[in-house]
Design a protein around this ligand. Sequence first.
Ligand SMILES: [Zn+2]
Ligand SMILES: [Zn+2]
Length: 370
Amino acid sequence: MKTTAAVLWDVGKPWAIEEVELDEPRDGEVLIRFVAAGLCHSDEHLRHGDLVPRFPIVGGHEGAGIIEAVGPGVTRVKPGDHVVCSFIPSCGHCRWCSTGQQNLCDMGATILEGSMPDGTFRFHARGQDLGAMCMLGTFARYSVIPQNSCVVIDPDIPLEVAVLVGCGVPTGWGSAVYAARVAPGDTVVIYGIGGIGINAVQGAAHAGARHVIAVDPLANKREKAEELGATHSVATAEEAREIAMRLTRGVGADKAIVTVDIVNEEVVQAAFDVIRKGGTMVLTGLADPAKKTVHLSGAVMTLYQKEVRGTLFGHSNPMYDIRKLLDLYRDGQLKLDELVTRRYRLEEINQGYEDLLAGKNVRGVIIHEH
Ligand SMILES: [Zn+2]
Ligand SMILES: [Zn+2]
């Protein structure tokens, strides 16, 4: 069949909206009609060369939609199911899946390559094979994806909202709750309030933190942070340090979480310095993988017993956490509607990312037209 998609042909090129050819689902794959797609910074990282995929690639790894058809051997979903896509598939039986670390599933190996695990592609255009970001390509109206990327959700939850729990929300919430292990009474500093950081704020507040200090240079982000659970918000890391030291009588924050759009040495140093003896710093944001962004004193790490942890998907297990977060949303304990700054048509995707880069959006969402 034919469908419309936003394609990146090379680094630095704008998103190109074009008609692409889509193959039938093969063994273990499904045809999905996407209803909504989130504008996450990671797709734009591909365009800027901060992450280098195989080009050309159909973008989009936050998606929610309805299963239209299933290929042979599909048992996990059926036509009509409402689904949130997990940007990391989970096979269910690799070493990582079978030990409660679905976020590290071996099937994640090809998510930047954009091919299916066997190296073949389902999108084609201009005589070439097109990858699909994270094997999803949610910036297409229809896609063929592995059943292992599908999390079935209750049909009463609007897909336009549920789309957010495919990446940004669990990554941020889990960075606080699971990776940083925020505990009741903790003082937590969160650097960078975008689509991830705002959910680290929600997670930290939810986990019972006494002080949640949100750091962002933009006033609209600080306001949003205070609306969703931050007790303090400041423009600079220096101010955050002063407040954290004052609130803890010079001891330092218990946890620091780095969710800035592009990680650099300065923010890593600031987060490392703000935590107390035995404190934990969590690194969630991305940077060019070839760049060394963590340069810290090993002696301070040892003598102050500080812990530095990387986290992917906030240590969340997609099959469990995506549904759990939607339950919390239904109960009013997790805010999702408030995260969406603006909705766009697929054709407006370049505008959407311009707005993201200009700091206007906490989260922009594409609503697919069918
Ligand atoms: Zn993402
Ligand atoms: Zn697995």
